[in-house]
Ligand binder design. Structure first.
Ligand SMILES: NC(=O)c1ccc[n+]([C@@H]2O[C@H](COP(=O)([O-])OP(=O)(O)OC[C@H]3O[C@@H](n4cnc5c(N)ncnc54)[C@H](O)[C@@H]3O)[C@@H](O)[C@H]2O)c1
Ligand SMILES: O=C(O)C[C@H](O)C(=O)O
Length: 320
C-alpha cells in the first residue's frame, strides 16, 4: 500500500544539553523535556480523540499517529492545533518502523471493538494477531518504550505482548501496562454520584483485570470515605463498574464500544507515564501489570511510576 506521511510544518525543536531530570533531554525553546508518543490505531474511534488529547499535553514534543489507513487526514487535522507537539501521520505497515522510531511511550488502541452480545474474549482471535505484529515492531524499533495496551481483551493482549517481548529479548515488566484507567474513571464517577461528593475529590482503586467480574473496584478503600453506603449500595456500584463497558456497547447499539471516555482514560494514564518518566514523584495509577501480588501472573493494582536510576519502577502498594 502506498502511504503518505504528514508532518506539521513547525521547525524541529533542537534539544539543548541541560539534563536536570535523569535521562531526559530538553529543548532550548520549551521548558519540558522532549518526549515522543506514538498511537497505533490512531484513526479509530479511540485513536482520534486520544490523538487530540495527546496533542494538548505539554509534556509531548512529538506525536506519531499510525494506523493501517486514514492517518494522514487525522494528522493534518490535529497538527493545526497551536500546542507544542509536532504531529506526524503514518499509514501502512511499511511506515510502522518510522512511526515507532525513538518513541518513549507507545499507546495501542488498534483492533476491533465489541458489538452487543459479544464478550471481550470474542475479540481475541483478531486482536491477538494485531497486537502480536505491533509488539514485534515495537521490540525492533523502540525496545525501551513504555507500552500502554488498550486493545481488548486486555487480560490476554498484555500477556501476548509480554511473550513477544520475551521472545525478542526486550521484555521489561516495568514498561508494559494494560490500561484499566477507564474502570477507575467509571468507579470514581459512579461513587461520586451515589455519595454526593465532588467527583474531582474522589479516588477509588480498581484491581484485578479488565473483563466482567475480574474488574474489582475497592469501594472499601474509596476516598473520601462514606459512612452511609450500605452493602447493597456497594454491590450495585461494583456491578455498574463491572458492566460499564457493556452499558456503552448496548447504548451504541452496534456502533462500537466506549471511545470518548476511553480516550480520556488513555490520556490520563499516558500523562501519568510521562510524569513518571520526567521524575515527578508519587505518580500512582492502577494498571494491569506482571505481578506477584496474587498467584496470577498478571494483575491490575496500583502501579507507581517513577524514574529510578534509569528505569521505571513499579511499586505494588496494593492491599485488599
Ligand atoms: N482498555 C479499555 O478499557 C478499552 C476501552 C474501550 C475500548 N477498548 C478496545 O480498544 C480497541 C479499539 O477500539 P475502537 O473503538 O477505537 O475501535 P475502532 O474500530 O474504532 O478503531 C480501531 C482502529 O484500529 C485500526 N487497526 C486495525 N488493525 C490495525 C493494525 N494492524 N495496526 C494499526 N491499526 C490497526 C483500525 O484501522 C481502526 O482505525 C478495541 O479492541 C476495544 O475493545 C479497550
Ligand atoms: O467494553 C468494551 O468492550 C470496551 C472496553 O473494554 C470498556 O470497558 O468500555
Amino acid at each position: 500500500m502506498k502511504a503518505a506521511v504528514l508532518r506539521s510544518s513547525r521547525a524541529a525543536l533542537r534539544p539543548c544539553t541541560c539534563r536536570h531530570l535523569v535521562g531526559r533531554s530538553y529543548s532550548s525553546t520549551e521548558s519540558s523535556p522532549e518526549s515522543k508518543v506514538a498511537i497505533l490505531g490512531a484513526a479509530g474511534g479511540i485513536g482520534q480523540p486520544l490523538a487530540l488529547l495527546m496533542k494538548l499535553n505539554p509534556l509531548i514534543s512529538s506525536l506519531s499517529l499510525y494506523d493501517i489507513a486514514n492517518t494522514p487526514g487525522v494528522a493534518a487535522d490535529v497538527s493545526h492545533i497551536n500546542s507544542r507537539a509536532q504531529v506526524a501521520g503514518y499509514a501502512g505497515e511499511e511506515q510502522l518502523g518510522e512511526a515507532l522510531d525513538g518513541s518513549d511511550i507507545v499507546i495501542i488502541p488498534a483492533g476491533v471493538p465489541r458489538k452487543p452480545g459479544m464478550t471481550r474474549d470474542d475479540l481475541f482471535k483478531i486482536n491477538a494477531g494485531i497486537v502480536k505484529s505491533l509488539c514485534t515492531a515495537i521490540a525492533k524499533y523502540c525496545p525501551n518504550a513504555l507500552v500502554n495496551m488498550i486493545s481488548n481483551p486486555v487480560n490476554s493482549t498484555v500477556p501476548i505482548a509480554a511473550e513477544v517481548f520475551k521472545k525478542a529479548g526486550t521484555f521489561d515488566e516495568r514498561k508494559l501496562f494494560g490500561v484499566t484507567t477507564l474502570d477507575v474513571v467509571r468507579a470514581k464517577t459512579f461513587y461520586a454520584g451515589k455519595v454526593k461528593v465532588p467527583v474531582a475529590e474522589v479516588n477509588v482503586p480498581v484491581v484485578g483485570g479488565h473483563a466482567g467480574i475480574t474488574i474489582l473496584p475497592l469501594f472499601s478503600q474509596a476516598a473520601p470515605k462514606s459512612s452511609n453506603l450500605s452493602d447493597d449500595d456497594i454491590k450495585a456500584l461494583t456491578k455498574r463498574t463491572q458492566d460499564g463497558g457493556t452499558e456503552v456497547v448496548e447504548a451504541k447499539a452496534g456502533k462500537g464500544s466506549a471511545t470518548l471516555s476511553m480516550a480520556y482514560a488513555g490520556a490520563v494514564f499516558a500523562d501519568a507515564c510521562l510524569k513518571g518518566l520526567n521524575g515527578v514523584p508519587d505518580i500512582v495509577e492502577c494498571s494491569f501489570v506482571q505481578s506477584s501480588i496474587t498467584d496470577l501472573p498478571f494483575f491490575a493494582s496500583k502501579a507507581r511510576k517513577e524514574w529510578r536510576g534509569g528505569s521505571l519502577w513499579i511499586g505494588s502498594s496494593f492491599r485488599l
